[in-house]
Ligand binder design. Sequence first.
Ligand code: SF4
Length: 144
Amino acid sequence: MNSTSIKIKALTKSIWVFHVACSPCNNCDIEILDALTPRYDLERFGIQLVGSVRHADALLVTGMVNKKVVDRVKRLYEQAPKPCVVIAVGGCACSETIFRDSYNACGPIDKIIPVNAYIPGCPPKPEAIIMGVVKLVKALKGES
Ligand code: SF4
């Protein structure tokens, strides 16, 4: 087993996520917070939010990437320890939806940094966010 696969194995035991809000309307962010409340309890899978990108195993990205945030998003990704998985949450992050032709749009998040999972919806429900993260963990473990 090489060092990258050891890191991936360790990462899937307890994913620490950093929330990157590009320029969302905040509904996706509210659903992420909802997924962390005792009602949905994302922490039972070992998944918890961290306050610094330097402690993150995964980035949860919401909102459309605009000219104001594009360099910051790249920098955050560079600062995250590798391997780092990126999850696009919501239609804006996945495909820009109605903002696609905006003068200020810099493209969906996968044009800026590599993305490992997409959770569409406007906003996606907490169940969809949990399902997306669990599916990603399974994929990283080679179970799907
Ligand atoms: S996908 Fe919908 S809910 Fe999420 S940030 Fe965009 S407009 Fe808001």
